[in-house]
Design a protein around this ligand. Structure first.
Ligand code: NAP
Length: 383
């Protein structure tokens, strides 16, 4: 048995590489499990399988896949040859042969593996961003429960999520991971009133706040010592990460992860969700995050808000630069003002960056006016 579950995109990439290297590709696609997940199992033989043993061919495939950094599992079922003998190079044709049945051995094994890795993730704050993350968690096969100030029962049930208006009920479900997705401003009061004592004693507690030093400090103060703490900041949102998370940065700081291997594994399992979605994983201290985010994210939001306030309209002669300014407005102006205020209030580096921006604007403006004044004076005094 070889490792794997492949997305269609990965399969296509693999096949393209095989074709480029002029290898014959023989394959079986087996579309198992929940159709909505669009996963396919793939069995591919490269080179000339009639001239080498099946075992050898499979070993080659494994090496190829490992080289391509695939780590999944797949199972040989049967082989289909594609193309004709007379052609010099056979064309590749994917054939879906047999949908995996739940009673197949490989399906059972896969289910067991998935169940072992599946986490129960508890989302606190089921607003815009909480729902955005939840969709991916569910797609990845994790079970999600949620709680929020408002009532999101219907929305949650549409997403296959159990919603608890009552925080006690939520905690008594004993999620493996709790992820705080509340607004920056409300996080402290939410946490102070949260029945943390009802959670499992070794819960992994995370947050996705756009500032990092503040939740780190809050968590270490308020959470019991036996909770693990992982601070995250997905540097993207429902607009920029709508279609794919590929190459989008995920900043994380393992603030406190217990020594035992199960805790480390759980943390790795959780981070793997983002990794598998293609995020660029950036391990960074919360303090460094805030330093860098003040001069990048906060400034981006400030400029976006300023331009949004100006209500820039589309023109018939818009340049590319102007179009990027408008898209900056779209990317920032839709976020709640509360979020923006949180970026300012809870990042101690933000004030300095705001002053620098103000200073830069004043400097540019004074350069313009100085030049203008000089010309006028020259005219006045006939110089
Ligand atoms: P948000 O306005 O920052 O937060 C909305 C969430 O906060 C909702 O779940 C809301 O609960 C909860 N909330 C607000 N006031 C509350 C209060 N007084 N008491 C209890 N809960 C309260 O918008 P968001 O975009 O969903 O962001 C959520 C978090 O994700 C923020 O910390 C933000 O920094 C972070 N984040 C956002 C993005 C993004 O692009 N949007 C990206 C990365 C990280 P109810 O809906 O139940 O009222």
């Amino acid at each position: 048995m070889l490792p794997g579950v492949f997305t269609l995109a990965k399969i296509r990439r693999f096949v393209k590489i095989c074709q480029k290297r002029r290898k014959f590709v023989y394959g079986i696609l087996n579309s198992p499990g929940t159709p909505s997940r669009k996963y396919l199992e793939l069995l591919v033989l490269t080179h000339r399988p009639h001239s080498i043993s099946c075992k050898f061919a499979l070993r080659r495939v494994r090496t190829e896949l490992q080289a391509l950094m695939f780590t999944a599992q797949f199972t040989p079922i049967t082989f289909q040859r594609t193309g004709t003998k007379t052609k010099r190079h056979h064309s590749f044709r994917i054939q879906a042969l047999d949908a995996a049945q739940p009673f197949d051995d490989e399906s059972k094994l896969r289910t067991t593996l998935e169940q072992q890795k599946a986490l129960t993730i508890g989302v606190i704050g089921f607003g815009n961003f909480g729902q955005f993350l939840t969709k991916r968690f569910v797609q990845r096969g994790h079970s999600v429960i949620a709680t929020s100030r408002g009532n999101y029962s219907e929305k949650a049930s549409d997403m296959g999520v159990k919603f608890f208006q009552d925080a006690d009920d939520f905690c008594e479900e004993h999620p493996d991971v709790v992820i705080v997705c509340t607004s920056i401003l409300s996080t402290e009061s939410t946490l102070r009133n949260f029945p943390l004592q009802r959670l499992k004693r070794n819960t992994l507690f995370c947050d996705v706040l756009s500032v990092k030093q503040f939740p780190k400090q809050l968590f270490t103060q308020l959470l019991p010592d036996n909770f693990d703490i992982l601070c995250l900041h997905p540097m993207f949102g429902p607009d920029s990460g709508k279609d794919s998370w590929k190459n989008l940065p995920l900043v994380f700081d393992k603030v406190r992860i217990g020594q035992d291997s199960l805790r480390a594994e759980r943390c790795a399992n959780f981070l793997e969700i983002f990794e598998s979605e293609g995020c660029r994983m950036v391990e960074m201290s919360c303090e460094e995050h805030d330093r860098q985010a003040a001069s990048s994210q906060f400034i981006t939001h400030t400029v976006g808000r300023m331009l949004g306030t100006m209500e820039l309209a589309e023109t018939t002669i818009s340049t590319k630069g102007f179009e990027s300014l408008r898209s900056l407005v779209d990317n920032t102006y839709n976020d709640s003002f509360e979020l923006y205020y949180g970026l300012f209030m809870y990042n101690k580096n933000a004030t300095t960056e705001l002053s620098r921006l103000e200073f830069a604007f004043a400097k540019v403006k004074s350069e313009l006016f100085d030049r203008l004044h000089e010309r006028i004076r020259n005219d006045v005094f006939d110089e």
